[in-house]
Design a binder for this molecule. Structure first.
Ligand code: SAM
Ligand code: SF4
Length: 352
């Protein structure tokens, strides 16, 4: 397989096989899982350069003609909900706030599928100016990524000095009613000692904090299994300041395991994607900013929905491609296997 600049697989699969698939409209796969949760990346651009995600110079820009337009995104989201059983939609990137038409995308989806919760995953930079407008457009929730409340660590990790803007974004999200505001923190050795401060800050702000084990999806390819911070290590560090009691998962397909903090009701979550992988209950399907369907973060198998859309394939045909893509989803990632190879796209180019 040859590679292009951005780490995008240059060779893409054609029409996926539906052999053996039962006659159901839902996004079923061969392992009995049904995708209900759609992640839509809408841009590769970002206001930060987190070391576990982006290269210092950012990702090479997707040519504008290859980016799905707002109208195309609305059409695909509508199709996914009405024809394929999707129940939850989250816009991501890159940084979704980098798209000036995010409000238009949200409003279009909300008008078409008003009962489906719409959310964004955002780094929070600049959210203070857009939270009210996004809520008015029909956005329900926001997850904000924040790994540390220490300004120097933040700068080191994101290569930008924007911590105050993220704090303002969190406040604005609350004020706009985009609640519960969840904060996602990637577990890094450099910020592990500050994890209790981050939890304290989130408790004070009324945010639900979830830590995520770092996955081998960084553009710099520095991830190493032996060096990563595990959920077990984090629990030990948090345990020095807080009384944590396990409360399990809210539902079996929720990736986060939760612990009550100091007797509750506040909780902290850990998404142990590497050490306690949850592929067996995965309910995700993904669309990249350039219109490729992916059934898994870690699989390079992609299906070109953009081309199908732009060559006049109707909704029934697009739905069949989507069903086929998911039918062929693999059992799960093998990060722990000796022969594991990271996917060609990095996290920022897939959409986390
Ligand atoms: N820019 C937005 C943000 O940061 O929230 C959305 C895109 S970002 C790729 C989505 C999520 O992926 C963020 O919560 C981020 O922390 C997480 N992420 C990025 N690289 C990761 C990695 N190598 N391992 C685990 N999570 C990662
Ligand atoms: Fe940007 Fe989000 Fe990646 Fe950080 S994690 S570089 S904020 S896309």
């Amino acid at each position: 397989m040859t590679l292009v600049d951005m780490g995008i697989p240059a060779v893409r699969s054609g029409h996926p096989s539906l052999a053996g698939r039962p006659d159901t409209p839902l996004l079923l796969d061969k392992y009995g899982r049904t995708a209900r949760d759609l992640r839509v990346s809408i841009t590769e651009k970002c206001s930060l350069r987190c070391t576990y995600c982006m290269p210092e110079e950012g990702l090479p820009p997707i040519p504008v003609e290859e980016l799905l337009t707002a109208a195309e995104i609305v059409r695909l989201v509508t199709l996914a909900v009405r024809e394929l059983g999707i129940r939850e939609v989250r816009f991501t990137g890159g940084e979704p706030l980098m798209r000036r038409d995010l409000e238009q995308i949200v409003a279009g989806c909300h008008a078409a599928v008003p009962d489906v919760p719409l959310a964004i995953t955002s780094n929070g930079v600049g959210l203070a100016h857009r939270a009210a407008g996004l809520a008015a457009a029909g956005l329900h929730r926001v997850n904000i990524s924040l790994d540390t409340v220490d300004a120097r660590d933040f700068h080191r990790l994101t290569r930008r000095d924007r911590l105050d803007s993220v704090f303002a974004g969190v406040r604005a999200a609350h004020a706009a009613g985009l609640t519960p505001v969840k904060v996602n923190a990637v577990l890094m050795r450099a910020t592990l000692a500050g994890a209790p401060d981050l939890l304290r800050w989130c408790l004070d702000q009324g945010c639900e904090l979830r830590f995520i084990e770092e996955m081998p999806l960084d553009a710099d390819h520095e991830w190493a299994r032996g060096a990563m911070v595990t959920a077990a290590e984090l629990l030990e560090v948090l345990g020095t300041r807080f009384d944590l009691v396990p409360v399990g998962r809210s539902d079996p397909s929720a990736p986060a395991e939760t612990w009550s903090v100091d007797g509750g009701p506040a909780t902290v979550g850990i998404i142990a994607s590497v050490t306690r992988k949850f592929c067996d209950s995965c309910d995700r399907t993904r669309l990249t900013a350039d219109g490729m369907l992916r059934s898994c973060l870690f699989s390079d198998q992609e299906f070109d929905l953009r081309r199908a859309l732009r060559t006049g394939v109707d909704d029934a045909g697009l739905a069949e491609i989507w069903r086929g893509a998911m039918w062929n989803k693999w059992a799960g990632h093998g990060i722990d296997a000796a022969d594991f190879v990271p996917p060609e796209r990095t996290m920022g180019a897939i959409g986390g």
